[in-house]
Design a protein around this ligand. Structure first.
Ligand SMILES: C[S@@+](CC[C@H](N)C(=O)[O-])C[C@H]1O[C@@H](n2cnc3c(N)ncnc32)[C@H](O)[C@@H]1O
Length: 269
């Protein structure tokens, strides 16, 4: 198992999720709402709110076919499927996260609209021009080969399709603090600056519809409640080890400028 695979391993994730749901007063025997799960299954900066904002910026419609790359527990995919009604395919590297995603799709009754595939963002198992939208939240930071990543996104998008993403980019202040939520150590952390990202996307055939740095907005919004949920409650700590330290390091790195938070909607040319 590589260091990155170990970082995203979560043994017995299904049992852990079911126990956490019950501890939080939810009954897994009854249909759950994706909104109830938002603190658990949105493993990215800004959580459920950031996904709602991005889906509006990307103008996603019920008839769109969406691919979520690095889908995690498929929280964002369920938000899209439930609030818009679109069909979503998820690609996720971690077998444990795939198992958690399948379980939560079933418990929310969304398994007819969301399909989970275990696989790599760098080798997408879909024909050319399959999707109207490719979605990616807090994943590119783990991927060194951004040329192949963006080429694959472009290949599976239909002409004029949208690539909607958010992620961390490199700031000007040097090396971030580790461990981070997306990387236990520097070997799995592949940040580029916002300008490098813009040129990589342009070289891959994308045109920016929106590309913005949301670091300061995020920091000011979360100043009052920066501490993540404690283990045992319904939160990321159910499946992310050492979350308090990782989240604290991410926040400190954002505050001090080692990392920046960006989001974008790019059109496939
Ligand atoms: C920080 S989590 C974000 C999960 C999800 N996008 C969300 O917002 O809830 C990063 C995810 O990317 C996945 N990932 C990282 N590199 C990947 C790759 N090359 N191919 C597929 N998935 C990958 C990880 O397994 C992990 O689930």
């Amino acid at each position: 198992m590589s260091g990155l695979e170990a970082h995203y391993a979560a043994r017995d994730i299904e049992a852990r999720i079911l126990a956490a749901l019950r501890a939080a007063g939810l009954n897994p025997e009854q249909r759950l709402s994706p909104e109830d799960l938002g603190a658990l299954d949105h493993f990215h900066t800004g959580g459920l709110r950031a996904s709602h904002e991005l889906l509006e910026l990307a103008w996603i419609r019920a008839e769109d076919r969406v691919l979520d790359i690095g889908a995690g527990l498929a929280g964002p995919a369920r938000t899209l499927a439930a609030s818009i009604g679109c069909r979503v395919d998820c690609i996720e590297m971690s077998p444990d996260y795939c198992a958690g995603a399948v379980l939560l799709n079933r418990l929310t009754g969304l398994d007819d609209r969301i399909v989970v595939h275990q696989g790599s963002a760098l080798d997408l198992s879909f024909p050319d021009a399959t999707f109207d939208v490719v979605w990616m939240q807090n994943v590119g930071m783990n991927i060194a080969d951004k040329h192949t990543l963006y080429a694959e996104v472009h290949r599976v998008l239909k002409p004029e399709g949208r690539f909607a993403f958010q992620e961390m980019t490199a700031g000007k202040a040097g090396t971030p603090y580790f461990p981070l939520p997306w990387a236990s150590d520097p070997a799995d952390n592949f940040l580029v600056s916002m300008e490098e990202m813009r040129s990589l996307l342009s070289e891959s055939g994308f045109i920016a519809d929106l590309f913005e740095d949301t670091s300061d907005v995020h920091l000011s919004r979360t100043a009052a409640n920066a501490t993540p949920a404690a283990p045992g409650l319904l939160g990321l700590a159910v499946f992310v080890d050492n979350l308090v330290q990782k989240a604290g390091n991410a926040r400190r790195s954002l505050e001090e400028g080692q990392v920046r938070l960006v989001r974008g909607v790019f059109l496939a040319n």
